[in-house]
Design a protein around this ligand. Structure first.
Ligand code: KG4
Ligand code: ZN
Length: 363
């Protein structure tokens, strides 16, 4: 089965052609246009801007993905149309969760293609797609513990099979990625903040700055908003700061890193290392607890924060666990993840009954 899959839930417009033969999933093309630069300028994603960018990119991205899947350099819709007619068995699309304006662009485009070209339509939950993209690189394994860590979600699940799963817990406030992003914003860094914090953390020593340990209760819930407050207090105390309004609240530190003294530069790296370690610690502790409770040594990661190497390394330190994380290019939002999930759970729904659902969660 060969699928054209579409992802447009937030700031990335992506389309892929993905095929399953026996248990192997092959990605023939995966084309992504991102409006990240637009959002970097505004310090975060403004939904209206993201939706406008989706409208601009959706057809060029789909055309390119179809052409590339057959090795064509062309980006002609005539070629793409022929490939869609002859090669593609079904269309899959993220229908939630996400920003309504962004989701609508992908969903309505997929519905139109399904109707016009008479192709079955497979609606996909974005969160599950983040986990199941792992099966592009490895053969499907069950049972497993799924840890979703993205810019908007932090969730732990136990999977017996594709369709049988149990949600164990999630965040009560901010997501792990959101915490990285908001703390980075306090330092005046552009969105997305996770990679920047992580880069500075490499040169820092987490032990030099103490941040409170998160969610010590014996459950699978997470909470990251308090950490942002502690982080903010240290930034205001330790750095010469200017309170500047931004879309995300306030940025306190406006000095360029290069203009800081050597001591303050080190302090900044230590602070980033401590932030990263604190976030990683709670993720590792709760995922390990789930693995023990469900007697399930395999943990699958998904979402933008699974690109964080400290998280992967800390999980891998426990030799009883098998850690599976997506290739870096499949960590953040992409069309291939939507196709991978659709191929493993090809539930077709008439286009008339598929609607964007920004608040979609787990069944
Ligand atoms: O999954 P994703 O593309 O978007 C959502 O579906 O939300 O994840 C984006 C998030 C952002 O919060 C970004 O800061 C974070 O992933 N991220 C990272 C890293 N790379 C991306 N966080 C920590 N370390 C990284 N290396
Ligand atoms: Zn995502």
């Amino acid at each position: 089965m060969k699928i054209l899959s579409i992802e447009s839930s937030c700031d990335e417009t992506s389309a892929a052609v993905v095929e399953k033969t026996d248990t192997t999933i092959t990605v023939h093309s995966n084309v992504t246009a991102t409006s990240l630069l637009t959002h970097a300028k505004t310090g975060g994603i403004i939904p209206e801007n993201a939706a406008r960018e989706q409208v601009k990119y959706i057809m060029p991205v789909i055309t390119k993905a179809l052409c590339e899947s057959e090795g064509l350099k062309s980006d002609s819709w005539i070629d793409a149309k022929e490939i869609l007619e002859k090669e593609i068995d079904a269309v899959a699309v993220t229908f939630g969760p996400g920003l309504i304006g962004s989701l609508l662009v992908g969903v309505e485009t997929a519905k139109t293609l399904s109707f016009v070209f008479n192709k079955p339509l497979i609606p996909v939950n974005h969160l599950l797609a983040h986990l199941f993209v792992n099966f592009v690189s490895v053969k499907p394994v069950f049972p497993f513990i799924g840890l979703i860590v993205s810019g908007a979600h932090t969730d732990l699940l136990y999977f017996k099979s594709v369709q049988e799963y149990k949600w164990l817990g999630g965040t009560r406030d901010d997501a792990a990625g959101e915490c990285f992003d908001k703390c980075a914003r306090l330092l005046g860094f552009d969105y997305p903040g996770g990679p920047k914090i992580s880069q500075l953390a490499e040169k820092g020593n987490a032990k030099n700055i103490k941040l409170p340990k998160l969610m010590t209760e014996d459950n699978y819930d997470f909470s990251f908003s308090g950490l942002k407050t502690s982080f903010s207090n240290i930034v205001r105390k330790e750095f010469k700061t200017v309170k500047t309004p931004t879309n995300e609240g306030y940025s306190w530190m406006h000095a360029e890193i290069d203009n800081l003294s050597k001591e303050k530069q080190q302090l900044l790296c230590d602070l980033c290392a401590s932030l990263e370690e604190t976030i990683v610690e709670v993720l590792v502790r709760k995922a390990t607890k789930a693995s023990e409770e469900f007697n399930c040594p395999t943990i699958l990661l998904g979402g933008g924060v699974s690109a964080n190497q400290t998280l992967i390394k800390k999980l891998q330190e426990n030799k009883d666990l098998t850690i599976i994380a997506p290739e870096r290019k499949y960590c953040t939002d992409n069309g291939a993840m939507v196709g991978a999930y659709a191929l493993l759970n090809p539930v077709e729904v008439s286009w008339k009954k598929v609607f964007a659902n920004p608040n979609l969660y787990f069944d």
